[in-house]
Every structure is written in structure tokens, then in C-alpha cells.
Design a protein. Structure first.
Length: 248
């Protein structure tokens, strides 16, 4: 049964974020949370919808990092957003995400927290998963792992994915024009070679990069990939954030 939720923008240690929270009388009894790492859109309408859906369907507090500090696809064109992306340094982004995780653990008192990201956020999700072994899940939709690392990329996402301890979920589009197939295969191998943690990997052969975004659903292959993958991601979040005493 869906949870009733409340949503708002908040400021955490000077960082703007968007949070969707199940109402106390209706959910989140197990103190669970998900950190959302957006695509290039920032906290645009699509990412807010993702947060609201995660909170409503899983009962987890859904807190979204804002990579652009107030700018989003709601009010900026993609030339502006690509310019911001070119300046985004790994160390700064990861430090901001870790600040939000600390807030979720210490200020909100959440005990079981996972991370989900899309595109650039998908790459950061696997990096964060390799750095923070207390996360209970890591999900990446069409993670952006380019053929040649950008000058601002200082973390090796494949090495860190191999070091992750949490269950992983990855959805990759076979017609990704940004991520070469060999990079997907390297990332897949890193996840599947982990000795203990499970991995669920989806391949949508005809889907394209960013297929989760509704603006790309005018192409049936993208809409279909999202319709298949998103309910499974929500079920994965529910299963991995549940405690042993509440899991079905």
C-alpha cells in the first residue's frame, strides 16, 4: 500500500536538497532512506518525481543531492547544464554526497540507507558505494562511464564498483551513445566478480542513454525499458532497505 508523503526543499550544511518523507503515522517505521543522485537535469521535475515515488512506494525517506545548487532543467537549458557538468569535480561532488549521508544518519536517525543515481549520478552511486561500505544498496541507471575519463574525474568507478559490499542493481541501454559497450562490460564484470554481494544487471539492447527520463519516452524502446526496470528497482529498494525482522 502506498505511503502518504510530504515533500520540500531543505538546506543541509549549506547544501540545497529535495526530500520526500513518509508521514510519521503512515510509514518509515524502520528508519530507512535513499540518497538520490540526479542526472544532468539536477533536481528537475523528473528527479522530484523519482523521489516522491520512492518515498511513497518503499516508505524510505528520499533525499536528493543538488549538483547545481539551485539550477535545474526546470529553468535552465541544456547548454547551461552541460557547462556546469564540465566544471563538476569528483572530490567536491563526493564530499557533498557524504555530507548528506551524515545528515541522514545522524540528524534524521536513519539506520538503513542506500543510494540510487541516473547518468552522471549513476557513476557517482558506484563510486560512493565503493567508498561507503555501510550502504545497504547501490542502484545505477544508465551510469555515465565515458570512453575517456573527463579531466574532472579522479575516481576510477570500475575499481570502486569492485570494492562495493552492498547489493547492486544496474540498468544499461545497449544503444548508449555516451558509454561504450566495453565500459559497461568492465563495470558488469567488476560487480559480478565480487565474492559475496549480489548483483542484478539489466541490459536493454535497443534503449538509449537516459531512458529513464520521460522526455525520451517518445521513443518506444526507452519507454519500454523504463516500464520494465523501474518497478523492479523499487522492489529492489524495498527488499534491501528492509530489516531482517520486517522482510517478507
Amino acid at each position: 500500500m502506498p505511503y502518504a508523503t510530504d515533500s520540500e526543499y531543505v538546506t543541509i550544511e549549506g547544501l540545497r536538497a529535495y526530500v520526500a518523507t513518509p508521514r510519521p503515522e503512515d510509514g518509515n517505521a524502520q528508519k530507512t532512506g535513499m540518497l538520490l543522485l540526479p542526472m544532468i537535469t539536477g533536481i528537475g521535475a523528473q528527479v522530484r518525481e523519482f523521489a516522491d515515488t520512492i518515498a511513497a512506494q518503499t516508505g524510505a525517506v528520499a533525499l536528493s543531492w543538488d549538483p547545481w545548487h539551485g539550477v535545474s532543467s526546470d529553468d535552465a537549458d541544456f547548454d547551461v547544464l552541460h557547462g556546469l557538468l564540465d566544471e563538476l569535480k569528483d572530490e567536491i561532488a563526493i564530499a557533498e554526497q557524504q555530507t548528506l549521508l551524515t545528515h541522514m544518519r545522524e540528524d534524521l536517525g536513519l539506520e538503513r540507507i542506500g543510494v540510487i543515481g541516473w547518468c552522471l549520478g549513476g557513476r557517482f552511486a558506484f563510486i560512493l558505494g565503493g567508498l561507503d561500505h555501510d550502504l545497504v544498496n547501490v542502484l545505477g541507471f544508465h551510469p555515465t562511464v565515458p570512453g575517456e575519463p573527463a579531466p574532472t574525474h579522479t575516481y576510477d568507478v570500475v575499481d570502486l564498483a569492485a570494492a562495493m559490499k552492498a547489493p547492486a542493481f544496474m540498468a544499461y541501454p545497449g544503444k548508449d551513445s555516451i558509454v561504450p559497450r566495453e565500459n559497461f562490460l568492465r563495470l558488469q564484470e567488476a560487480l559480478q566478480n565480487r565474492a559475496d554481494a549480489p548483483s542484478i544487471i539489466h541490459l536493454y539492447p535497443q534503449a538509449k542513454h537516459g531512458f529513464s527520463d520521460k522526455r525520451r519516452h517518445n521513443e518506444e524502446v526507452n519507454a519500454t525499458a523504463f516500464q520494465l526496470s523501474w518497478p523492479q528497482a523499487l522492489a529492489f529498494i524495498s527488499a534491501t532497505t528492509a530489516s531482517a525482522t520486517t522482510a517478507p
